[in-house]
Design a protein. Structure first.
Length: 358
């Protein structure tokens, strides 16, 4: 086999150029994403890709091209962080498909039939390992350990793969296996969303992927509403909200759902709620418990002022606070006039008398 063993071989140059041009034809977004420097690098990559493939074929060693495909994917992810791991994965999969088709069509005078079969096989393997590499993101130790870790990982992989149907299936299979809604919310969905936030913070995934994860998770939460709202009532009322201009409201929403499942009448007031509106709601609804969440530290002072106001007007109402913002304080909640602090909806439900282990 002589393909790509000679970089001056016009047949090799023609094949590389055809593959390069075909990728732009099939993917119009590339023109917007690639400046001249990136286009030059992309063409060079085509050359290297075929040369590594030819080496793997020459030695009949699939691992040569597999390891190269993984290395190339991670390199591109670091060089083009603005595109994100998903987009680069799509580019590379498309590229390997195009390579396969062009080699089949244009390299029959260079490669034997046996070598063409090997090329197809090795390119299929490159697609497989690239998909796996896209999921092989660095995760925190706490995410990989503990209760339902395997389901968390399966749900995260579905999100990273942008496979909405699989994400729904993972969660509903878990429920069908008898895992409680409280555990699904707190041990799986909440922890995956926290990990998603960490991956975005490390610039491993894009903000678009983070938004997608939130959207899918919110849809899954909504899918449990028929079951949640069909539970017998206990005559207890919860008012909950995320304080200030807080937009990270999923945790407090999950908490409200868990209380609703436990038979409480819940009034989830969302985020960015003015203090006056919260006070008015407490006055009208006369809740047994008010639960306030704070995710970002700048809103802690607003939370404190709100609690002081609630205590002044409603001295007997129970108040609970929680949220990620408190984790980086020196037990700040102990200085406030509240009844309970936790970052766990299940703990709060247990304290409030809910049977959260169903």
């Amino acid at each position: 086999m002589s393909l790509l063993m000679n970089y001056n071989d016009t047949r090799f140059i023609n094949i590389a150029q055809i593959i390069f041009e075909e990728q732009f034809k099939r993917d119009p977004k590339l023109e917007q994403e690639m400046d001249e420097r990136r286009k030059k690098l992309m063409y060079d990559d085509v050359v290297y890709n075929i040369s590594y493939l030819s080496t793997a074929i020459y030695f009949n060693d699939a691992k040569i091209f597999e390891e190269y495909a993984i290395w190339l994917y991670e390199l591109l992810c670091n060089l083009m962080k603005d595109l994100g791991r998903d987009r680069i994965m799509i580019q590379m999969i498309d590229h390997y498909i195009i390579m396969s088709e062009i080699l089949e069509k244009e390299a029959s005078d260079i490669l034997s039939k046996e070598e063409l079969v090997k090329a197809q096989k090795f390119l299929e393997r490159a697609i497989k390992v690239t998909k796996e590499a896209a999921l092989n993101v660095p995760l925190t130790t706490s995410f990989l350990e503990g209760k339902h870790a395997n389901i968390r990982r399966a749900y995260l992989n579905a999100i990273l793969s942008s496979d909405t149907r699989l994400a729904h299936k993972v969660i509903h299979d878990a429920r069908n296996q008898g895992i409680s809604i409280a555990d699904i919310y707190e041990e799986i969905l909440a922890k995956v969303m926290y990990e998603i936030g960490a991956l975005w913070h490390k610039n491993i995934i894009t903000i678009a992927k983070e938004h997608y994860a939130s959207s899918v998770t919110q849809t899954i939460i909504s899918s449990f509403y028929n079951e949640i709202f069909s539970q017998p009532k206990k005559g207890l009322t919860l008012v909950s909200c995320a304080i200030g201009s807080e937009l990270h409201e999923m945790g407090i929403r999950m908490l409200s759902d868990i209380f609703e499942y436990e038979g409480w009448d819940t009034y989830y007031l969302g985020s960015a709620l003015p203090e006056a509106s919260l006070i008015e709601s407490i006055e009208n609804l006369k809740p047994d418990l008010v639960s306030i969440s704070v995710t970002m530290q700048p809103y802690l002072s607003i939370c404190e002022k709100t609690i002081i106001k609630i205590r002044e007007k409603f001295p007997h109402v129970k108040i609970a606070v929680g949220g990620q913002a408190f984790l980086t304080t020196d037990e700040l909640w102990k200085k406030w006039d509240i009844d309970f602090y936790t970052t766990s909806a299940k703990e709060l439900a247990k304290w409030a008398g809910g049977q959260y282990d169903k």
